[in-house]
Design a protein around this ligand. Structure first.
Ligand SMILES: C[S@@+](CC[C@H](N)C(=O)[O-])C[C@H]1O[C@@H](n2cnc3c(N)ncnc32)[C@H](O)[C@@H]1O
Length: 199
């Protein structure tokens, strides 16, 4: 999808995504001590705002200016400070080794672009910091339900794990996500990695 298409989707409804943080993100990161977090493809900001409410200093980035405006409004309403930037991740370069947590949730872009975005995301993880990606798995096309239908913008955990230079993989797995009203579950993937801390 192009930026204009995302803007149209975000403009059409008040909330495109649930206002609550992603439950799989919560399970993975709620035990981490707060530090600096980067949310790439932050959308309407619900995950960035949740992290900020826990004491994280959060920077959210998305190329949809409509989503970013909504995110800023939400953060203001919730009384939390989050820095939101409107930028295309294909060219955006976050500060290297700066963030204790980098998250990328449901960003589906062509694989040749994804590799560069993930290399920059991995580079942004500080020593001892954590990287977390959630996305629709490619097997969802045949064995799951919903989600994007172009195989090139989907991934497997193995592909994601191989696109994170300098990070140690802690988890690279698929999981089932129940979808209301559907007989089958969706199949998502999760990759969690860490930059080794200096000895
Ligand atoms: C499925 S939404 C996920 C949003 C959010 N991470 C969440 O989980 O609610 C995908 C997001 O990726 C953003 N996006 C897609 N391609 C992008 C790019 N090249 N640069 C920045 N953002 C992009 C879209 O604007 C959209 O907000």
């Amino acid at each position: 999808m192009r930026r204009e298409d995302w803007n149209a989707r975000y403009a059409a409804v008040e909330n495109l995504w649930a206002a609550k943080p992603n439950r799989f993100l919560v399970a993975e990161v709620e035990q981490l001590p707060p530090g600096r977090a980067l949310d790439l493809a932050c959308g309407e900001g619900q995950n960035a705002i949740w992290l900020a409410s826990l004491g994280w200093s959060v920077h959210g980035v998305d190329y949809s200016d409509v989503a970013i405006e909504k995110a800023r409004g939400r953060a203001q309403r919730d009384g939390v400070a989050v820095e939101f930037t409107c930028a295309d991740l294909v060219t955006y370069e976050p500060a290297p080794r700066h963030f204790d947590l980098v998250i990328v949730l449901y960003l589906h872009i062509p694989s040749r672009e994804r590799r560069g975005v993930l290399a920059n995301a991995a580079a942004a993880v500080a020593p001892g910091g954590t990287f977390l990606l959630l996305g629709h798995d490619r097997s969802n096309l045949t064995d799951g339900v919903g989600g994007p239908q172009d195989p090139d913008i989907l991934s497997t955990p193995e592909e994601i794990a191989s696109e994170l230079p300098g990070l140690e993989i802690e988890k690279a797995t698929t999981f089932l996500r129940d979808v209301r009203g559907e007989e089958r579950d969706a199949i998502d993937n999760l990759v969690r990695a860490r930059r080794p801390a200096p000895q």
